[in-house]
Design a protein around this ligand. Structure first.
Ligand SMILES: [Mn+2]
Length: 290
């Protein structure tokens, strides 16, 4: 293994994990289609390397003096090593593991969650600037980062109340995604609702989570406002602030034993001002129209 995440013990076999409730981190350095500008497949190792700049200790938390064991299983190829992903879910059930998955583009969520144990008390929550509910994206492609939740819904027979999208504020989505959200095919809290009534939004999340036995969480980093993650390839304005994200995580994570973080594109780009103004134009149009 080239590098490991700070504070995680490197393993090459799942049998090395003995303790219940351990955290298992692995990377899926994979981009299913060639998107502009790409780069998320480099994220798992880049994040590991970057983690070495930190101590892992704050005034409130010391990752080295914690109850749980942390393991880094390295990187997995979602096509050639499908079996490995299946074995991880088996181990997760046996030892009540918590999984932390580093993408990769958003299509990797399908690779992991299509093999997850689902029942009617299981749900997925995704934080994303986009709904990722296209039928085809780009046209002619049925399995990509733009169709993840369409495929998960279809292939696992998920009901609308088993799926909650938080965000959905980007102006680069398809007409069919717009209509799916309007027709309430999935549960949805639009970004602006947090600012209009934070209480109500938090209540919706709390209630969504309450009657579920298990929640999978998929975190697309473009859900966070471009001001905070300015080097992303798909940076979007009008997004989450870091502390709002923290408050949302506090409601969801107690029921969650799976989190993936996808679309971390860290190449330097210089499109932020342009991006913001284009987003602002759409926002002005939207306010005029309502
Ligand atoms: Mn996404």
């Amino acid at each position: 293994m080239k590098s490991i995440f700070l504070g995680f013990f490197p393993i090459s076999k799942l049998s090395e994990i003995k303790k219940k409730n351990s955290v298992l981190l692995y990377g899926l350095p994979f981009e299913r289609i060639k998107a502009t500008p790409g780069g998320s497949k480099k994220a798992p190792d880049a994040l590991r390397k970057q983690s070495m700049e930190f101590s892992g200790i704050s005034s409130d938390f010391n990752m080295f003096e914690n109850k749980s064991d942390y393991f880094d299983f390295g990187n997995i190829d979602p096509i050639r090593e499908k079996e490995k992903i299946k074995k991880i879910w088996k181990k997760t059930d046996d030892l009540n593991l918590r999984l932390l998955v580093l993408g990769g583009d958003h299509s990797i969520t399908y690779d992991t969650l299509s093999q997850a144990p689902w029942n009617e008390k299981t749900a997925v929550i995704w934080l994303d600037a986009h709904a990722d509910l296209a039928d085809e994206y780009p046209p002619g492609i049925f399995y990509s980062h733009g169709t993840v939740f369409t495929n998960l819904k279809k292939d696992n027979n998920l009901a609308g109340n088993q799926m909650l999208l938080i965000g959905g504020h980007a102006y680069t989505q398809t007409k069919e995604e717009f209509h799916k959200l309007k027709n309430k095919e999935v549960s949805f809290i639009p970004m602006h609702q947090f600012f209009e009534s934070k209480e109500e939004s938090m209540k919706t999340i709390r209630e969504f989570v309450k009657d579920k036995d298990r929640v999978f969480l998929s975190l697309d980093v473009d859900s966070i406002d471009q001001a905070y993650v300015p080097t992303l390839g798909t940076a979007e304005p009008f997004g989450l602030t870091p502390y709002l994200l923290v408050e949302i995580l506090k409601l969801i994570l107690p029921k969650t034993s799976y989190v993936d973080i996808v679309e971390t594109q860290f190449e330097k780009t210089n499109r932020i001002a342009l991006n913001f103004v284009v987003g602002l134009v759409f926002k002005i149009l939207e306010i005029w129209e309502t």
